[in-house]
Design a protein around this ligand. Structure first.
Ligand SMILES: Cc1cc2nc3c(=O)[nH]c(=O)nc-3n(C[C@H](O)[C@H](O)[C@H](O)COP(=O)(O)OP(=O)(O)OC[C@H]3O[C@@H](n4cnc5c(N)ncnc54)[C@H](O)[C@@H]3O)c2cc1C
Length: 273
């Protein structure tokens, strides 16, 4: 099948993209890598009056240090991060996560912004960026807003982005010198979405400790007592079962294992471990 007809605009700037979205008043979308939107348009699960291509907008294709964060432009591809073509403020954690997303053909086109805006519950960047305590940077009518990833993704395939909002990028905090990271993804085969995933950040210099679980059919789950999990005072199964009390315990087995492994990985790379 082919998509229904739509107006097309290749944006040269953020202003072009924002104007196009405003002109179509909720009936247009932006397209970045097209890896998720393309199939949905082809199957006519989504219909749009207009499509604005943001993949070549310079301002969305930069990675820049801004004080204690690094802003990764929304149109940076998974492959550019994997290949180290852009700065990785985590010293390699992003590079490793990118290499684990889908197949190379998808990574060549798919973007970090598209992935966050699409908010697939099993998406790697949604979990990684929530795990790092990153902020989404959004252009909207009232100006630019920074929104913590925990609040940006509100449910499966749902974010706070409005019809005319544009995700400009993501602000990743610079981890401290002694920071350690664990990331585990269970997928049935290489190139597939996660069946269960977890990320753990141990950053004593910034007093930043995070344990997040993904691929739960909802937004990434940020566990309340990360310190207790990291120190081994709280059992991962108990933490997950109490956070998701309405789910049958056996459904969480793979997620518990993912969290266990991410914790072990982070602890093993902690300074002095
Ligand atoms: C076979 C296959 C396997 C995959 N496996 C994985 C995997 O293992 N892990 C994983 O994480 N992902 C996986 N993906 C998804 C892939 O990472 C996509 O690249 C990503 O989900 C969407 O990025 P995109 O740039 O292609 O976005 P698009 O498809 O262009 O857009 C997706 C949605 O986001 C919106 N959007 C895009 N950019 C912006 C922006 N800047 N501001 C506002 N809205 C925006 C679009 O309007 C659209 O609604 C897979 C995809 C395929 C096809």
């Amino acid at each position: 099948m082919k998509p229904a007809a739509f107006d097309y605009c290749a944006a040269a700037s953020v202003a072009d993209a924002v104007d196009f979205l405003a002109m179509h008043a909720g009936a247009a979308k932006c397209v970045a890598g097209g890896q998720s939107l393309g199939p949905m348009l082809n199957m006519r699960l989504v219909r749009v009056a207009g499509l604005v291509d943001i993949s070549r907008v310079d301002a969305l294709r930069r990675v820049e240090a801004r004080g204690d964060v690094t802003r990764i432009g929304a149109a940076i591809t998974h492959a550019e991060i994997e290949d180290g073509e852009v700065d990785d403020p985590t010293g390699g954690w992003l590079k490793a996560a990118a290499a684990n997303i889908a197949h190379r053909a998808v990574r060549n086109r798919g973007t970090i912004g598209g992935s966050l805006a699409h908010a697939d519950p099993a998406a790697d960047w949604c979990l990684v960026m929530t795990g790092l305590g990153a902020h989404a940077v959004v252009a909207r009518a009232g100006g630019e807003e920074r929104i913590a990833l925990d609040e940006f993704i509100t449910g499966p395939f749902t974010t706070v982005l409005g019809d005319q909002d544009l995700l400009l990028g993501v602000d990743v905090p610079k981890p401290g010198r002694r920071a350690a990271w664990g990331y585990w993804k269970f997928a049935r085969q290489v190139g597939e979405f996660a069946k269960a995933s977890a990320a753990v950040l141990i950053d004593p210099d910034n007093d930043h400790f995070r344990c997040v679980v993904g691929a739960l059919g909802r937004q990434p789950l940020v566990l309340a007592d990360a310190r207790a999990l990291i120190d081994g005072r709280l059992d991962p199964r108990d933490a997950l079962e109490s956070a998701l009390a309405n789910r049958p315990a056996p459904e969480l087995t793979l997620h518990v294992a993912a969290l266990d492994r991410a914790l072990a990985q982070a602890r093993s790379t902690e300074a002095g471990a």
